[in-house]
Design a protein around this ligand. Structure first.
Ligand SMILES: Cc1cc2nc3c(=O)[nH]c(=O)nc-3n(C[C@H](O)[C@H](O)[C@H](O)COP(=O)(O)OP(=O)(O)OC[C@H]3O[C@@H](n4cnc5c(N)ncnc54)[C@H](O)[C@@H]3O)c2cc1C
Ligand code: SF4
Ligand code: SF4
Length: 340
């Protein structure tokens, strides 16, 4: 039977509103035929109409093979792990979101030559517009710490640049659970076209995620038009039962989550994974005291990266994670989204 093509992906995922926007299909399409249009809230990618499989009957199926919205969705809360820890970066990371552990572990890995590049998300300091990026220097990574919590970007689109154009062989991907799920599908696939990506990804760092918001709807719509805050006035945003905006002048503005329903990407309503259950290491705020990062260390690879950072005095770990708090948030997400 022929492999499934973008036409199947379109029917099952793009046209049903299930697309998470992870960007995996954009990254792996060997014909470069799939793209996201700028600024279209809630949309899926588009094809330019050419497809190796559908147009020329050349075996492909790469996009379908990488998509996290195809098949069974995760139903675990914390998932399997080797150990849990509340972690803090030792070095000063001014823009860190929680304890800065994600940045500390990855910056150490870059400095120690354990990886050559990190695929992650950054944003423009003036517009706060997010973009996916390939970072190769620890000082740049430290500058880019903090969560682009509240706006979405097809992160894995940059994987193509890292693997195909720049030929990196030891890449760390930092992503929300849908991104992690896409990488897990790529790693598990026997499709030859996905092998270069699978081989080049050495570490997957998953962030906890309840939902993401569309940049235009949130920053230009809600925050600028209704709360009269310009993007450049925002120092930090955090979602903890409400959206908390810290302005550059130190003042804080609270936006109730009930006002933000229309800004949530439609694909997030189909997402059942809070904790990135398929990552090597997962990281979140819930479960640890303020100023620390909860680490769920799941695989021997992940453990090796954490131990190396610990041995080199880059991160401190305490065994004090509140698993009940994580379970509660994760179960609420599963209940909310699994019936769809
Ligand atoms: C959209 C989103 C939703 C989240 N929701 C929750 C939640 O509901 N509950 C919870 O406990 N934690 C949540 N988190 C995780 C939390 O905000 C922190 O990222 C986590 O605690 C790690 O903190 P840290 O200080 O160690 O990370 P830092 O040291 O600050 O490093 C964060 C790293 O993540 C990268 N990054 C930032 N934004 C993104 C993005 N959108 N996609 C991929 N990489 C990114 C940065 O480039 C940086 O490398 C969410 C994160 C995001 C991005
Ligand atoms: S979920 Fe990801 S891989 Fe699937 S269609 Fe959307 S962007 Fe492409
Ligand atoms: S809620 Fe799920 S689909 Fe939405 S950004 Fe987070 S991980 Fe992706």
């Amino acid at each position: 039977m022929a492999a499934k093509s973008y036409l199947d992906l379109k029917k099952e995922v793009w046209d049903t509103g299930r697309c998470s926007g992870c960007g995996a299909c954009v990254a792996v399409c060997p014909a470069d035929s799939i793209r996201f249009s700028e600024g279209e809230m809630g949309t899926a990618p588009k094809s330019n109409g050419y497809c190796k499989q559908a147009s020329d009957a050349v075996p492909c199926g790469a996009c379908y093979g990488a998509c996290p919205r195809v098949g069974e969705q995760p139903s675990e809360t914390i998932g399997t792990y080797l150990r849990l820890a509340s972690a803090k970066a030792v070095r000063d990371i001014p823009h860190r979101q929680s304890g800065g552990a994600v940045t500390a572990i990855l910056a150490h890995a870059l400095d120690a030559g354990l990886i050559d590049a990190v695929v992650t998300v950054t944003h423009d300091p003036w517009t706060k517009k997010p973009s996916s990026v390939v970072i190769t220097r620890s000082d740049v990574l430290v500058q880019q710490a903090g969560s682009r919590y509240s706006w979405w970007v097809p992160l894995l689109a940059s994987l193509k640049e890292a693997v195909i154009r720049r030929k990196f062989q030891r890449i760390a991907v930092v992503g929300v659970p849908c991104v992690v799920q896409a990488v897990a599908r790529i790693r598990a696939s026997d499709n030859d076209l996905l092998q270069p990506f699978a081989k080049a990804i050495r570490l997957v760092f998953g962030l906890f995620c309840t939902e993401t918001f569309d940049y235009s709807a949130l920053v230009n719509g809600k925050i600028r038009d209704q709360y009269h805050i310009e993007p450049y006035e925002i120092r930090k945003m955090d979602v903890k039962g409400k959206l908390e905006i810290t302005k550059q002048d130190g003042n804080t503005v609270i936006v109730p989550l009930s006002e933000l329903d229309a800004c949530i990407r439609s694909g997030c309503h189909y997402c059942t994974d809070l904790t990135s259950v398929y990552a090597d290491i997962s990281a979140g705020a819930v479960g640890s005291p303020a100023g620390s990062t909860t680490l769920v260390i799941r695989t021997a690879t992940g453990n090796g990266f954490v131990e190396s950072a610990q041995r080199n005095n880059q991160v401190t770990l305490a065994e004090t994670v509140d698993t009940a708090a994580i379970e509660k948030l994760a179960l609420a997400k599963i209940k909310r989204n699994s019936k769809k």
